[in-house]
Ligand binder design. Structure first.
Ligand SMILES: NC(=O)c1ccc[n+]([C@@H]2O[C@H](COP(=O)([O-])OP(=O)(O)OC[C@H]3O[C@@H](n4cnc5c(N)ncnc54)[C@H](OP(=O)(O)O)[C@@H]3O)[C@@H](O)[C@H]2O)c1
Length: 348
């Protein structure tokens, strides 16, 4: 049976160091917010109303929140196309952040899988805060062997990587190339492909090739090597970073090979490179390579699949470091500067 809906935060003692906890009386909580779209300079800590779980939703005391690229897009409001969903003139939800790991405080009506006190991970609305609500469908039990910070960097990046590999039908004895392998999606994609028995090449900048090599992945230094020069071909290319033209993806594939476009920055202010993805889909039926596009969704079933792999040690979250909530803007600046190895987490 689900715990009765209550806005009261958990009073259970934590095994982690003491930290600020929301005051039940205040009705507010601390959060990293932005009232308008802009650079990391618009992000600041403020007291905001505590969220309440609606039907099918869970209220989570956030113990750590992952910083993913999508959160940066929601901060800047770029590409502009995204504002249709998240607020045209200003963000509808001022609280930043999606990925989270924490403890269930209360559940809304019709929630069947969780009760207060459960340790969970997944995606919520506004996770850079002491409390966040998440759909039950986007939460799963936190892998027991991970810290909250490690678990918090998994949900969006890990599910996207898993779904990209599924779409590519990547498996054992295949040669798989992952671009952006040292980043959020790429770090999971490279390790997940290795766990499937594939031979994996991971593209990274010179300073991060050691990170990629540590997973048993062959690093390809993008500072000195061009993976798309046609000298070498892979059965699967996961295109996570760099916005290569569709012709480059095709040149890097074996006949009948599959490229899955995940994303890439610098795709333009309006659509963020949607045109490249649409042209890949348009060309695919007429060429010998298969070209596909993934739209990652954080869902419970895939979080459970990831948890099994994480608990088996087949995949280890590449947690660079954590930032306190008050330094959330610095975490974003580090990501934008390319200074993050893997991912970072914000701890309220
Ligand atoms: N389709 C979806 O559902 C979905 C889901 C999540 C993310 N995305 C998108 O996928 C992309 C990657 O997301 P992420 O969270 O993995 O980002 P990330 O953590 O910033 O990782 C991207 C990596 O790309 C590398 N990189 C930077 N500039 C590059 C360039 N010019 N050429 C090649 N590599 C470059 C960087 O590593 P090095 O410095 O080592 O090269 C960086 O670690 C983003 O555009 C994001 O919006 C899409």
């Amino acid at each position: 049976m689900p715990a009765e809906l209550s806005a009261e935060p958990s009073t259970e003692e934590s095994s982690e160091p003491s930290r600020h906890r929301p005051s039940p009386a205040a009705g507010t909580m601390r959060a990293a917010v932005r009232e308008r779209y802009g650079s990391a300079d618009v992000v600041h800590v403020a007291d905001v109303p505590r969220p309440l779980p609606r039907r099918g939703e869970v209220l989570v005391e956030v113990r750590a929140a992952g910083l993913d690229r999508g959160t940066v897009h929601l901060m800047t409001g770029l590409p502009l196309l995204g504002r249709l969903a998240f607020g045209l003139r200003r963000p509808r939800n001022p609280v930043l952040g999606m990925e989270l790991a924490g403890t269930v405080v209360a559940v809304g009506p019709d929630v069947t899988r969780f009760v207060a006190g459960d340790e969970v991970y997944g995606a919520g609305r506004g996770s850079f805060a002491e409390l966040a609500v998440a759909s039950e469908k986007q939460l799963a039990r936190k892998p027991a062997n991970l810290s909250f910070a490690q678990a918090a960097i998994v949900p969006v990046s890990g599910c996207t990587a898993l779904q990209a590999l599924d779409l590519a039908r990547a498996g054992a004895d295949q040669d798989v190339l992952v671009t952006g392998a040292s980043g959020g999606v790429g770090s999971f994609a490279a390790q997940l492909a290795r766990a499937r028995g594939a031979r994996v090449t991971g593209v990274a900048s010179t300073a991060k090739t050691d990170l990629v090599a540590a997973w048993g992945v062959e690093p390809l230094d993008r500072g000195t090597q061009d993976w798309a020069d046609g000298a070498r071909r892979w059965d699967v290319v996961l295109d996570v970073a760099g916005n290569p033209p569709v012709s480059s993806l095709r040149r890097a594939l074996t006949p009948g090979g599959t490229a899955v476009i995940v994303g890439g920055e610098e795709g333009g202010r309006l659509t963020g490179g949607l045109g490249r993805q649409l042209s890949a889909l348009a060309v695919s039926p007429f060429v010998r390579e298969r070209l596909a596009v993934v739209l990652g969704v954080t869902r419970a079933a895939d979080l459970d699949r990831l948890a099994a792999l994480l608990e088996a040690g087949d995949v280890v979250p590449a947690l660079d470091r954590t930032y306190p909530l008050a330094e959330a803007a610095d975490a974003v600046r580090a990501l934008e500067a390319g200074a993050v190895r893997g991912k970072v987490a914000v701890v309220p």
